[in-house]
Design a protein around this ligand. Structure first.
Ligand SMILES: Cc1cc2nc3c(=O)[nH]c(=O)nc-3n(C[C@H](O)[C@H](O)[C@H](O)COP(=O)(O)O)c2cc1C
Length: 318
C-alpha cells in the first residue's frame, strides 16, 4: 500500500499507460489480476479544452477501476491547466502530466518528453494544474532528452518542489525511444533523493522481476507496459506459461467481451486483435484457425470459433 497525497494505492505493481492499449476493458482485466490502480493513456489537452468528445471518451472508466489516474499531455501551460480543471468533473483520483512521450509529433513541439528540455516550465505547469484541481498531481518522465542531457535528477527535483505528489521514471532517454535497456540505476538515484513516492518503469518481464526491482531500488511502485499485453497474470504470482489453454481462453473471452461493450461489437473485436495476438503468443495453433480468428468482426462467430474443433484449438506450450 502506498499513498499519493490522500489517495491510497492498494499495491505496488501496476499497468503503465499505453495509447491504444490501456483502455478501460484492458485496465479492468489487469486490475482483476492484481494491478494496483488504473492509469489512462495520455490525452491531448488542446482537444480537452474544447471538450472534444473523442478526447473526453478516452477518460471513460468503470467504478471498479478506482483509484484511477488520468494522464494528459500538451505544451501550453494555460491549456494544460484548463484541461485539468475540465476533466476534474469526471472525478479522477489523480491527474498525471505526461513528460515521456518520445514520438516526434508530440516531443518536437515541446509536449511529452519535450518538457524535459524545459524543466522550469514543466514545474510551472505542475503549479498551475495544482491551483486548478483538488486531486493529487503527478508526472511521468524519462531520464532525459538524449545521452548528453540526462537531467532526471534536476527534473525530478523541480517537479517535487513544484508540488508533484509522485513521479514515474521510465529509465530511457527520449532519443532511445524503446531501444536499448532502461537504466534502473538512474531510477534508483531519483528514488534515493526524493521525498515523494517514486515509480520505476522499463522492461519488466515478470512478477518476480517487478518485486526484485521494488526491493533493489527501494521503490514505492513499478509500472509494467508492453509485457502486460495479453498477460494480465503478470500482476500476480500466476505464470502464464503454466496455465492451460482453457484458463487463458476464459480470460481472453472476458477481455474481448468487455471490448465489444466499450467500443461496439465490430470495432471492439478489431481493437482486441492486438491483445489477442499476445494472448495466443507462446501457444501453438493451426495457423489457419489463428488467422481466421484474427479476421472476425462478429461476436457469435468469434465465440464459436474459439470453442470450435478441439484439434484446432489444441494449444501446445512452445
Ligand atoms: C504502444 C505504447 C503506447 C504508449 N503510450 C503511453 C502513454 O500514453 N503515456 C505514457 O506515459 N507512456 C506511454 N507509453 C510508455 C509506457 O507507459 C512505458 O513507459 C514504456 O513502454 C516502458 O515500459 P515497458 O518496458 O514496461 O513497456 C507507451 C508505450 C507503448 C509501447
Amino acid at each position: 500500500m502506498i499513498r499519493i497525497g490522500n489517495v491510497v494505492i492498494p499495491g505496488r505493481i501496476s499497468l503503465s499507460p499505453m495509447a491504444g492499449i490501456s483502455d478501460s476493458p484492458t485496465r479492468r482485466i489487469c486490475r482483476k489480476f492484481g494491478a494496483a490502480f488504473s492509469f489512462t493513456e495520455f490525452v491531448n489537452t488542446d482537444e480537452l479544452v474544447h471538450r472534444a468528445p473523442k478526447a473526453m471518451k478516452l477518460f471513460h472508466y468503470e467504478p471498479d477501476e478506482r483509484p484511477i489516474t488520468f494522464q494528459i499531455f500538451g505544451n501550453r501551460l494555460e491549456n494544460i491547466a484548463q484541461a485539468a480543471e475540465i476533466i476534474q468533473e469526471l472525478k479522477p483520483d489523480i491527474i498525471d502530466l505526461n513528460m515521456g512521450c518520445s514520438t516526434r509529433k508530440v516531443s518536437l513541439r515541446g509536449a511529452g518528453a519535450g518538457l524535459l528540455r524545459r524543466p522550469t516550465y514543466a514545474g510551472k505547469i505542475i503549479e498551475a494544474i495544482k491551483k486548478r484541481v483538488s486531486v493529487p498531481v503527478t508526472a511521468k518522465i524519462r531520464i532525459g532528452w538524449d545521452s548528453q542531457s540526462k537531467n532526471y535528477l534536476e527534473v525530478a527535483h523541480i517537479l517535487e518542489e513544484s508540488g508533484a505528489q509522485a513521479i514515474t521514471v521510465h529509465g530511457r532517454t527520449k532519443e532511445m525511444a524503446y531501444t536499448g535497456l532502461a537504466d534502473w540505476e538512474a531510477i534508483g538515484e531519483v528514488k534515493a533523493k526524493a521525498k515523494i513516492p517514486i515509480f520505476g518503469n522499463g522492461d519488466i518481464s515478470s512478477f518476480q522481476e517487478a518485486n526484485q526491482k521494488l526491493r533493489t531500488y527501494a521503490l514505492d511502485g513499478v509500472l509494467i507496459g508492453r509485457n502486460a499485453i495479453g498477460n494480465p497474470w503478470i500482476f500476480s504470482p500466476i505464470l502464464k506459461r503454466e496455465l492451460s489453454w482453457e484458463e487463458i481462453r476464459e480470460v481472453l473471452l472476458q477481455h474481448a467481451l468487455w471490448m465489444t461493450e466499450e467500443f461496439g461489437e465490430e470495432f471492439g473485436l478489431v481493437l482486441f486483435r492486438k491483445h489477442l495476438v499476445k494472448y495466443l503468443s507462446g501457444l501453438e495453433f493451426d495457423p489457419r484457425w489463428k488467422s481466421e480468428l484474427l479476421e472476425i468482426r462478429e461476436w457469435n462467430r468469434f465465440e464459436d470459433l474459439i470453442f470450435s474443433d478441439k484439434e484446432k484449438t489444441q494449444a501446445v506450450l512452445v
